[in-house]
Design a protein. Structure first.
Length: 260
């Protein structure tokens, strides 16, 4: 009687940005909340908190800026934003211009041929819903309603919603999550390795104390993002000099460091 054929086990999926075994399953919510606080305190010590807001754009201006920044370097999206402001007298003119003119003004961003008509669709939708190109009403809405109002705009996702509420002069309590922030959170086990960027916004915000104000939530985004940019790189993260090494299952697996 022939022996049954052995089937090789399925290898585990790689870590975010690394070719290694995945971290252990995410800890219970209470443990993750405590971990999020510890991470925040250490990174604030590393990068300095509170952190100044990097600009003070009106909500509509911030929305346009955020839409241009998708998958684009900050320097290039800023240049495209300034080019757009120089080429048109106001956002109504951008809304009503031939799409080719808008595309030409934002040529420095990724996919200008898609972003130009998408931006005009958003501006037209705001005009239809508000009767004018103005988002100042968001300041008077409860947080959930302001988020829902923005999320109902065509092509506006969680990151853009959070950016408008947090980065603009609204200064609302919202947590943008970029790719650097997301990578650090995954490697620490704050969110599962399977959690995409979009759903991570709500999950990571839920780990932060409800009593935190907008500045503290903004600081959390900034320090997580900066750590991803300066230490927890996509490839070859600098685990040996990371202030979070003892908290990070990914870093301990890479360096052979003992568990905490």
């Amino acid at each position: 009687m022939p022996l049954p054929r052995r089937v090789a086990p399925t290898p585990p999926p790689p870590l975010p940005g690394l070719g290694a075994a995945p971290p252990p399953p995410a800890a219970p919510d209470a443990d993750r909340r405590e971990l999020a606080l510890t991470v925040h305190r250490r990174l604030c010590g590393e990068y300095g908190c509170p952190i100044d807001y990097f600009h003070a754009l009106a909500p509509l201006d911030e929305l346009v800026s955020s839409l241009l920044s998708h998958r684009t370097r900050n320097r290039d999206s800023h240049r495209a934003y300034e080019s757009l402001r120089a080429a048109f007298p106001d956002w109504a003119a951008v809304r009503d211009a031939p799409v080719a003119e808008v595309e030409r003004a934002i040529a420095g961003v990724t996919w200008p041929e898609a972003k130009a008509p998408a931006l005009q669709r958003v501006l037209r939708t705001i005009t239809e819903r508000r009767g004018a190109l103005d988002l100042s009403h968001l300041a008077t809405l409860p947080a959930a309603e302001a988020e829902a109002w923005l999320a109902a705009l065509p092509g506006v996702g969680p990151k853009t919603v959070a950016a408008v509420l947090s980065f603009s002069t609204l200064r609302r309590r919202a947590l943008p999550v970029d790719s650097h922030h997301h990578r650090v959170a995954q490697r620490l086990g704050l969110i599962p390795a399977s959690c995409a960027v979009g759903p991570s916004h709500a999950r990571l915000l839920a780990l932060l104390p409800e009593a935190w104000d907008a500045q503290q939530v903004y600081d959390n985004h900034q320090v997580m993002m900066r750590h991803g940019q300066r230490c927890c790189f996509f490839r070859n993260p600098a685990c040996a000099r990371c202030v979070l090494l003892d908290l990070c299952p990914t870093g301990r697996a890479r360096t052979g460091a003992p568990p905490p």
